[in-house]
Design a binder for this molecule. Structure first.
Ligand code: FMN
Length: 182
């Protein structure tokens, strides 16, 4: 039996699993899976979420499926690109489709990617949204600056320090989820 019999949902603030954030979330999910978790990735390109408030959004089938999956999951791994100093609209809209009834008391790991210098703006802004959802982001976090230099042509992370921080982040999410479940 796995030490971490949890369901983990990966959310990206960019469309497609091949975007930088999509690749980063999937690396994090692969680590979680190697430690025994059951992992899911919500691909906005395949199952887009409408803008909250747009016509017909409250009856949208993707939204229903997304909220049901979030309810079933124990922990979340998120990565957003930094756009104009904050999270992308796609990530904010994804978080806006979650309510505390879906994620209250659940553990989150936060990551961001930046074209320029590394900073914590996007991570801090996601933390504020999650506080409103009564969710528990772990203190470990990962911002990757100059993201174009962070991946090789096959989509692998190049730098050992980034790989180590990613592993520590995922382990912290799983260990905290375990503590919360005891
Ligand atoms: C509208 C827009 C705004 C951006 N704003 C910032 C920013 O404020 N700071 C920064 O470092 N990079 C910024 N970027 C670069 C993105 O962070 C970068 O494209 C993203 O992390 C993902 O990389 P990728 O586009 O190669 O997948 C911006 C990109 C776009 C499209």
């Amino acid at each position: 039996m796995s030490n971490y019999p949890f369901k983990v949902l990966g959310l990206s603030g960019e469309y497609r699993p091949t975007s930088k954030c999509g690749m980063l979330v999937n690396h994090a999910l692969n680590i979680a899976e190697s430690l025994g978790a059951e992992v899911h990735f919500w691909d906005l390109d395949v199952k887009p979420l409408p803008l909250v408030g747009e016509d017909g959004c409250w009856e949208n089938e993707n939204v229903k499926e997304f909220q049901e999956l979030a309810t079933q999951c124990d922990a979340f791994l998120l990565s957003s690109p930094e756009y104009h100093g904050t999270m992308s609209g796609a990530m904010k809209n994804t978080l806006d489709w979650l309510y505390s009834k879906h994620v209250k008391g659940k553990v989150f790991g936060l990551m961001s990617t930046l074209g320029g210098a590394q900073n914590s703006n996007t991570l801090n802004h996601m933390r504020i949204s999650l506080r409103w959802l009564h969710a528990w982001p772990v203190p470990e976090q990962l911002a990757i600056g100059k993201v174009k230099e962070a991946f090789d042509d096959d989509g692998n992370l190049i730098h050992d320090d980034i790989k180590e921080r990613l592993e520590n982040l995922v382990k912290s999410v799983l260990n905290t989820t375990k503590k919360f479940s005891e």
